[in-house]
Design a protein around this ligand. Sequence first.
Ligand SMILES: *[C@@H]1O[C@H](CO)[C@@H](O)[C@H](O)[C@H]1NC(C)=O
Ligand SMILES: *[C@@H]1O[C@H](CO)[C@@H](O)[C@H](O)[C@H]1NC(C)=O
Ligand SMILES: *[C@@H]1O[C@H](CO)[C@@H](O)[C@H](O)[C@H]1NC(C)=O
Ligand SMILES: *[C@@H]1O[C@H](CO)[C@@H](O)[C@H](O)[C@H]1NC(C)=O
Ligand SMILES: *[C@@H]1O[C@H](CO)[C@@H](O)[C@H](O)[C@H]1NC(C)=O
Ligand SMILES: *[C@@H]1O[C@H](CO)[C@@H](O)[C@H](O)[C@H]1NC(C)=O
Ligand SMILES: *[C@@H]1O[C@H](CO)[C@@H](O)[C@H](O)[C@H]1NC(C)=O
Ligand SMILES: *[C@@H]1O[C@H](CO)[C@@H](O)[C@H](O)[C@H]1NC(C)=O
Ligand SMILES: *[C@@H]1O[C@H](CO)[C@@H](O)[C@H](O)[C@H]1NC(C)=O
Ligand SMILES: *[C@@H]1O[C@H](CO)[C@@H](O)[C@H](O)[C@H]1NC(C)=O
Ligand SMILES: *[C@@H]1O[C@H](CO)[C@@H](O)[C@H](O)[C@H]1NC(C)=O
Length: 745
Amino acid sequence: MEWYSINTCRVLVVSVVLLSYNMLLISSPAAATTDAQVEAEAEALRNSTWWWYMENTTSDHCTWDGITCNREGHIIQIYFSDHYEPMIKLSQLKFSSFPSLLRLNLSQSSIYGRIPDEIGTLTKLTYLSISDCGLDGELPVSLGNLTLLEELDLSFNYNLSGAIPSSLGYLKNLIHLDLGSNSLSSVIPSSLGSLTNLEYLYLSSNRINGSIPSEIGNLKNLIHLDLGSNSLSSVIPSSLGSLTNLEYLSLNFNQIKGSIPSEIGNLKSLIHLDLGFNSLSSVIPSSLGNLTNLEYLSLNFNEINGSIPSEIENLKNLIHLDLGSNSLSSVIPSSLGNLTNLVELSLAWNSLVGAIPSSVGDLINLTEFNICGNQIRGCIPFEIGNLKNMASLDLSNNLINGEIPSQLQNLWSLENLNLSRNKLSGGIPPMYGGISIDLSYNDLEGHIPFELQLKHSPEVFSHNKGLCGEIKGLPHCKRGHKTMLVTIIAISSILFLLFSVFSFLLPPWNMRQNQTKTPSIKNGDIFSIWNYDGKIAYEDIIEATEDFDIKYCIGTGGYGSVYKAQLPTGNVVALKKLHGWERDEATYLKSFQNEVQILSKIQHRNIVKLHGYCLHKRCMFLIYKYMERGSLFGVLSNEVEALELDWIKRVNVVKSIVHALCYMHHDCTLPIIHRDISSSNILLDSKLDAFLSDFGTARLLHHDSSNQTVLAGTYGYIAPGKYTIVFLSAFTLSIYLLNFWLFLF
Ligand SMILES: *[C@@H]1O[C@H](CO)[C@@H](O)[C@H](O)[C@H]1NC(C)=O
Ligand SMILES: *[C@@H]1O[C@H](CO)[C@@H](O)[C@H](O)[C@H]1NC(C)=O
Ligand SMILES: *[C@@H]1O[C@H](CO)[C@@H](O)[C@H](O)[C@H]1NC(C)=O
Ligand SMILES: *[C@@H]1O[C@H](CO)[C@@H](O)[C@H](O)[C@H]1NC(C)=O
Ligand SMILES: *[C@@H]1O[C@H](CO)[C@@H](O)[C@H](O)[C@H]1NC(C)=O
Ligand SMILES: *[C@@H]1O[C@H](CO)[C@@H](O)[C@H](O)[C@H]1NC(C)=O
Ligand SMILES: *[C@@H]1O[C@H](CO)[C@@H](O)[C@H](O)[C@H]1NC(C)=O
Ligand SMILES: *[C@@H]1O[C@H](CO)[C@@H](O)[C@H](O)[C@H]1NC(C)=O
Ligand SMILES: *[C@@H]1O[C@H](CO)[C@@H](O)[C@H](O)[C@H]1NC(C)=O
Ligand SMILES: *[C@@H]1O[C@H](CO)[C@@H](O)[C@H](O)[C@H]1NC(C)=O
Ligand SMILES: *[C@@H]1O[C@H](CO)[C@@H](O)[C@H](O)[C@H]1NC(C)=O
């Protein structure tokens, strides 16, 4: 008991002492100024009218949008981002009322007007951003008082004008300085060279003139330097070579003169280098080859002469290389073929000589290749046909001769092809009709491929030796119907004669089979053929299906959707358009090529007829004979139709498929295994005659090919292994027969 009372007493004494101390504090003069300061800050916010939309302005201002107070109730952060009208004047906020402010972000708000001198009173500020607003007038010198600033962003106000105050040199803590996209003029103050903590410096898109101060070499921590789109003249200071942390350097769109200092080779971290649109002269320093991290290099629109240094082959990471519009006069170094990451390559409008090196064919990721306006001679290397991603190829305005290599038809991403103003001769190889082409001013002759006639005006074929076609403004092809007929008859008779002679001389079938091992169409070389009376055109297909509108879709399968299209000629065809192209490019392309390859090899009464196809990034479909009754599976699952397919007809279905399989396995030069025979891959026409379709997983059976172990096709219908097929045909047939009887009955 005693112990308790003593303890209670102690607690009491302590409490009383604490209480009186607290009361002392509250009534002290220091506390009074704090209160007055907090009230002054609240009043300054109210007076600014920036928060005019607040209904109760007497409420605690620390709870207002974008206001953060510290424990004492002082405002330390204002993040103001309204999207309301009207425009609000910056000077309406009395900066001197916020001595505790650490961070001020007014970006992307409707703030406008001049930056008041008073901003210099925010001496605790570490972050100041008023970008993308409507500021104008000059930058106040007092900005130099914000010595704790780490980030200063006044970009994208467009109308900030006058000089950059040299007082900014006092902001020793600055890491990020962005004054880009304004109307600042005069010179870059050399005092900026004292901002040794700077990592990001953007002064681009202003009207800054004079020279780049050599003091910029002191900014050893700089990662990003953008002085582009100004009026800088004079030369690139060699001190720039000290900025060894630099990853991004842009000085483009200025009037910089002189040579590229060889010290640029010290900027080992550089990823992006843009010196384009200046007046740089002399040669490309070979030290550029030291910048092995470079991904983007642009020196276009200068007066650079000499050669492309062979050291450029070290820039293995280069994605974009533009040396266009200079006075380079060497050959195109074949070592350029080592830069296999290149996506864009322009050497246009120089004085380059020699031939296009065939190593260009190694640049498999290239989508844009432009060497127009040079003095390039020689032929177009056929290796260019390897560049499957090529979208734009411009070889115009050179002295290129020889024929257009037929491999250009493999460029199935091509959209623009300009070969105009060269010395190309011979005929035009077949090409995808959707591309935009210019072949004018060459020595080409012969018939313009039908696909190319559809879209193009005669100008792009003009000034050649003798191109003809059905385009208005071009001569019609001379050979009349009569002469053509005579020629055809003559050629066919000769062929027939030769064939008859050879069939006598050649060994019997089984030996002939061993001689032809390569399929006639190699994978990847397929472009497009139109062999349906020569009358189907890409445009017809698009029109007939309203660009593959869903209402024409009659079925969807694993590899694609099937559409029904009525052509202008009245014929109805089925189109199988591959979907999921982006998802798994290789598989789908393979399946497509497989089907074309197989079907173009075979012709049989019971195998669905392929009329044509289109293989291009923008059009990927196969054109088949239309089967009125759809798949056998469909017919069998419909009670009425299943009845119509009586026993006699079912036997005929089985017979037809057996004929087709027999033909594929034994009568083709290379045996073909379908590998996915199922009732959904058997189609029926209006008379319920059966046709085998869907050769997406089929396989050519080379006699010397290794054992196939990968399974393909629909389970339950997977075809037996190759040995069974090759050697035991009778057994195979009975297996199939059994399979179908089981299925049908
Ligand atoms: C707010 O405005 C009133 C009247 O316009 C003025 O008397 C007062 O000094 C202003 N307060 C501050 C902190 O600017
Ligand atoms: C405004 O806010 C203050 C403080 O939160 C409160 O006392 C007052 O009643 C409010 N006035 C109105 C009109 O809501
Ligand atoms: C400043 O405000 C802008 C616009 O609201 C915003 O995008 C940006 O992230 C803010 N900056 C910081 C550091 O929060
Ligand atoms: C900036 O600082 C200087 C001296 O350091 C002082 O004279 C000047 O008044 C300050 N300017 C502002 C706007 O605070
Ligand atoms: C800049 O000033 C011009 C003329 O005073 C004005 O028309 C334009 O809207 C201003 N631009 C911005 C972004 O405020
Ligand atoms: C830079 O521009 C200012 C005004 O914008 C002009 O007075 C000065 O002569 C210019 N200097 C040079 C070197 O062009
Ligand atoms: C940089 O390039 C130059 C010229 O090609 C060469 O002499 C020098 O050794 C290279 N320096 C380094 C560090 O690779
Ligand atoms: C390149 O141009 C400079 C002048 O800018 C000239 O002195 C030099 O001889 C030229 N070099 C070549 C190879 O043309
Ligand atoms: C560039 O490729 C050629 C062969 O095309 C090769 O001999 C050479 O060593 C390669 N250069 C580099 C730097 O890899
Ligand atoms: C081509 O580009 C792809 C993807 O953009 C990339 O994965 C591949 O490595 C590149 N090929 C070469 C040879 O650089
Ligand atoms: C092809 O290049 C020539 C010369 O370089 C140019 O005049 C023409 O406009 C280009 N054609 C097309 C279709 O762009």
